[in-house]
Design a protein around this ligand. Structure first.
Ligand code: FAD
Length: 566
């Protein structure tokens, strides 16, 4: 479906939204352009979420082409990689957020923002149900309806408690700016409480036991930040109790930072050991009460330890309204929304999903490869010519650049050699390889293509890719013979999304960071810390936040972190 562009000479001033009543006492907001030629009506794009994926999409979208409505319960973008720094006052909360209206205003064009949350997607009627917490309508419920031509779901994920009893009630999460602020206050409360004159030693110890559950990048970074805060700043302010502080990091797997190179995992575990952070691997937390955490280990059985503050950071789960949407479209058995490689939600053509709430359904790899064979009319038995193999592989490379790498693998070696050295008439030269064998060799790809990680890097690249597709929709429609490589029913006009991994960091405290860069190049230590500073300063969304973050780092170097807890 094309996104039709309104020619500049027909551009009209923006109109106030028209309110139309609709079933269920909801108010529907629709922009009408009655006096405009039918063909030039802008398509309505609704974007849910102002996080990494949604904001990057909006920043890259050509605002002249669509009538865009943005809906999110928070009216700002948050630079999540710096949230652990906010928990200990290394960086101020205001330095990591940028108001979404400022971002939209800079772009100009037809953008509207509603501070509300979507609680239901109705794909059959192309409507979304929203609720605002800010005020109520005549029905007293603050609910309204928005209709769309295209919907971009970029709502991220929620913290996952794995239904562990007591976690929601007693633990902190580290997902939003408010979470980081609460943690900061709570750390200071624990220190102030432990300093009160009427407590005994055991009670002081309990209050100063900080437990971090989850040895992934966020948990590890928070533990390292907290350790630095305690040793560099709080130890001077609370000298009489500083020896009672204990930080525990609990991880169910055998190691922390398992998604990183082994060298980084080992270095982190050794460093935390030297720093006195108690890393408990192989322990699964099974219950959290107001005063104690119970964990299980096959060797030791259940252990219950008292704690003062706990931060839960064990992974992410799907938002309830997304689960409901998945049920409606037959994805009930999945963990997150499945999209194709063009980021369209499967079986739901005008809905796109980007970022943490979605994953590209890799189980389709073999189905796609089979379809390429079918389109090439080579899905029956027989042998292939070198030229036919080349054509099929080329189409596969467009979708799965990774396949090129696996051409080096043993099973595909023969084919690769043949293509490289193929001489003579490639049209006629056939290969001692049946179509079935070729497919079997390619099925390797299925096991090798991995799900993308839930990171800001993936979310931002997806947002950017999708905006590029939206910007080119009209051109693609006008030139149907354009860059389409694979035609046929249900196929898209653009090259599929390709993720470019730029590396990842794991700050470990004490001005040391581990960096794993493309090509499995690993760097650990102070130099990587400077790389971390420069990358995160560069990646800031505006000059304002860049200036604030850099000045926060400078302030911390000169004056230390603020311990007031506000
Ligand atoms: P988010 O950025 O979470 O945005 C979701 C948006 O949807 C928000 O605006 C939210 O308000 C909105 N929303 C929620 N519910 C609704 C609703 N019902 N209706 C409408 N809108 C809704 N990644 C890295 O690559 N590097 C890092 O160093 C890194 N560090 C991290 C540190 C922390 C503490 C955390 C929590 C995450 C970190 N990540 C990092 C991961 C990264 O933040 C996420 O992968 C990224 O935010 C995902 O982007 P997103 O747009 O999908 O979701």
């Amino acid at each position: 479906v094309p996104g039709l562009q309104q020619p500049p000479h027909l551009h009209r001033p923006r109109r106030r939204p028209r309110q139309t009543s609709s079933g269920g006492g909801l108010v529907a907001y629709a922009d009408s352009q009655p006096d405009q030629p039918q063909g030039f009506k802008k398509k309505k794009v609704v974007v849910l979420g102002t996080g990494w994926a949604g904001t990057t999409f909006l920043r890259n979208l050509d605002s002249k082409l669509y009538d865009v409505q943005v809906i999110s319960p928070r009216n700002y973008f948050a630079f999540t990689p710096l949230l652990p720094s906010v928990t200990c006052g290394t960086v101020e909360p205001r330095s990591v957020v940028e108001p979404i209206r400022r971002i939209l205003e800079k772009k100009g064009g037809d953008f509207k923002f509603w501070e509300a949350e979507c609680f239901k997607i109705d794909p059959a009627n192309k409507k979304i149900h929203c609720r605002s917490n800010m005020g109520t309508n005549l029905d007293g419920n603050g609910e309204f309806l928005v209709d769309y031509d295209y919907l971009v779901v970029a709502v991220g994920a929620r913290s996952n408690t794995f239904n562990t009893p007591g976690v929601t009630e007693n633990c902190h999460f580290l997902k939003e700016v408010e979470d980081a602020q609460k943690i900061r206050r709570s750390v200071m409360d624990c220190f102030e409480k432990a300093s009160l004159p009427y407590l005994n030693e055991e009670e002081r110890k309990k209050n100063l036991h900080f437990v971090v559950v989850g040895g992934g990048p966020t948990g590890v970074e928070f533990a390292a930040e907290l350790h630095d805060f305690v040793t560099e700043d709080l130890s001077k302010l609370y000298p009489s109790i500083q020896h009672l502080v204990k930080i525990s990091l609990i991880e169910a797997a055998d190691h922390i930072l398992t998604m990183f190179d082994k060298r980084i995992t080992n270095f982190a575990e050794d460093k935390f050991g030297r720093d006195g952070i108690d890393v408990k691997t192989g322990y699964k937390v099974v219950k959290v009460s107001k005063d104690a955490i119970t964990m299980q280990n096959p060797a030791t059985g259940d252990i219950t330890v008292p704690y003062g503050m706990a931060v839960w950071s064990t992974g992410i789960g799907t938002r309830p309204f997304v689960v409901d949407f998945m049920k409606q479209i037959g994805q009930a058995n999945r963990r997150v929304l499945a999209t194709d490689e063009w980021l369209r939600v499967r079986e739901c053509d005008d809905v796109y999903a980007v970022g943490d709430c979605a994953t590209i359904n890799q189980r389709r790899v073999m189905e796609d490869i089979s379809e390429i064979f079918r389109v090439a009319d080579k899905d029956k038995s027989g042998t292939l010519t070198v030229k036919e193999i080349q054509d099929i592989l080329e189409d596969i490379y467009v979708r799965y650049p990774q396949v090129k790498l696996y051409m080096k693998s043993k099973q595909l070696n023969g084919i690769a050699d043949l293509i490289r050295t193929g001489k003579g008439d490639t049209e006629k030269e056939s290969v001692e390889l049946s179509i079935e064998e070729f497919k079997k060799a390619l099925s390797l790809v299925d096991s090798q293509v991995k799900n993308l990680p839930a990171t800001a890097q993936v979310a931002a690249q997806q947002g950017q890719y999708l905006a590029t597709c939206f910007n080119k929709m009209q051109t693609a429609e006008e030139n149907p013979e354009g860059p389409i490589r694979i035609r046929g029913e249900g196929r898209h006009r653009f090259n599929p999304f390709r993720y470019r991994h730029l590396g990842q960091f794991a700050p470990l405290g004490g001005e040391q960071t581990a960096a794993q860069l493309p090509g499995d190049w690993v760097s650990i230590g102070h130099s990587s810390q400077w790389l971390w500073y420069s990358v995160y300063a560069t990646k800031q969304i505006s000059w304002r936040t860049r200036a604030l973050v850099i000045s926060d780092w400078g302030r911390r170097f000169i004056f230390g972190r603020d311990s007031s807890g506000i």
